[in-house]
Design a protein around this ligand. Structure first.
Ligand SMILES: O=C(O)CCC(=O)C(=O)O
Ligand SMILES: [Fe+2]
Length: 329
């Protein structure tokens, strides 16, 4: 038996999940890989959840970083009602807008404006990987993505566990990273020639923040390699090449397949991820297929991240991402 005097954060999260599931025996949480992802069964998300069910789902989310549901054919209203049981919702997207009539929903369409980078960007192993809206001072705590139109094959999404990635680094590198912060902003991927519309949108809604490279998760106490590849542009205080080479090392490490899970969507599937401890990548293979793909996303309002040194992130430009009902739309 594995008896530890000082339980790790993961041991505590596992215990919390087991206790929660014991109180909701009809709910199951089946891990999908060693480090990340659990498939939740036994709940009907079109109906109000009991507090115990909410606690079980939240406990599974904190332990496994992304939870999946199948056969939940929700309307936009039901999606919003489900998400609200876990926190306040942001406006659909602070830069790219929201679904008409549904201020809390963002359309993840195959040809959405956020993808209108024009020509093909330079492709590197971490290209496309990101955590949602980390250019904001308070990036969303979690995202809830619902599949509606799904290709018969292709179009899988992948997530990586940035706590597991951090833990796998050497102690001297961890100690160094704890002293660093980096600038996150919206800008087109390297090598892309973005459309005028894309540039206009990011210019009119400029969001820039400096976040610690290592954050402390506000609910689990875990340390996170907080390096959203799509948004993090440079490490403050380092020379250009020092910053780029170190970031490339960290990004390559963070997206290694051992820390990831890959989800095959069906209509009615839902993925609910902790945006503070993961990064994810949207599929590229759908552009080689004729099939359409349409999903809808809501995001929970997040707090300002805090570093392992106790220093919170700083806003450089733009407003915090508030609850949708407080936003002007
Ligand atoms: O299309 C996908 O699978 C994921 C898109 C994405 O990045 C998101 O929903 O935040
Ligand atoms: Fe995303």
């Amino acid at each position: 038996m594995n008896v530890r005097l000082n339980p790790s954060p993961q041991d505590l999260l596992t215990n919390r999940l087991q206790t929660a599931l014991a109180a909701t025996p009809h709910v199951s949480a089946v891990p999908q890989s060693a480090h990340i992802g659990a498939l939740i069964g036994g709940v009907d998300l079109s109906q109000p959840l009991t507090p115990a069910e909410v606690h079980s789902i939240r406990s599974a989310l904190l332990r496994w970083k992304v939870v999946f549901f199948r056969d939940q054919h929700l309307s936009h209203e039901q999606h919003v009602t489900f998400a609200r049981q876990f926190g306040e919702l942001t406006i659909g997207h602070p830069v790219f807008g929201h679904v008409e009539g549904h201020p809390e929903l963002y359309s993840i369409a195959k040809h959405r404006r956020a993808n209108s980078h024009g020509s093909e960007p330079e492709r590197r192993p971490w290209t496309g990987w990101h955590a949602d809206v980390t250019a904001a001072h308070n990036p969303p705590a979690a995202s809830i993505l619902r599949g509606v139109t799904i290709p018969p094959y292709g179009g899988d999404t992948q997530w990586t566990n940035l706590v597991a990635a951090y833990e796998a680094l050497s102690e001297p590198l961890k100690a160094f990273l704890q002293t660093l912060r980096g600038e996150h902003r919206f800008s087109p991927p390297p090598g892309a020639s973005p459309t005028a519309e894309y540039l206009e949108l990011i210019k009119n809604n400029t969001l820039v923040s400096e976040h610690p490279l290592i954050t402390v998760h506000p609910e689990t106490g875990e340390q996170v390699l907080y390096i959203s590849p799509g948004f993090l542009k440079s490490i403050s205080g380092l020379r250009t090449r020092e910053s780029r080479v170190l970031l490339e090392l960290l990004w390559e490490h963070a997206v290694a397949s051992e820390f990831t899970v890959r989800f095959k969507w069906e209509a009615g599937s839902i993925a609910f991820w902790d945006n503070r401890s993961t990064a994810h990548v949207a599929p590229q293979d759908i552009f080689a297929l004729e099939y359409d793909r349409q999903l809808y996303r809501s995001t929970l309002v997040g707090q300002v991240p805090v570093g392992a040194d106790g220093r919170p992130s700083t806003a450089v430009q733009g407003d915090p991402v508030l609850a949708a009902h407080g936003a002007a739309y």
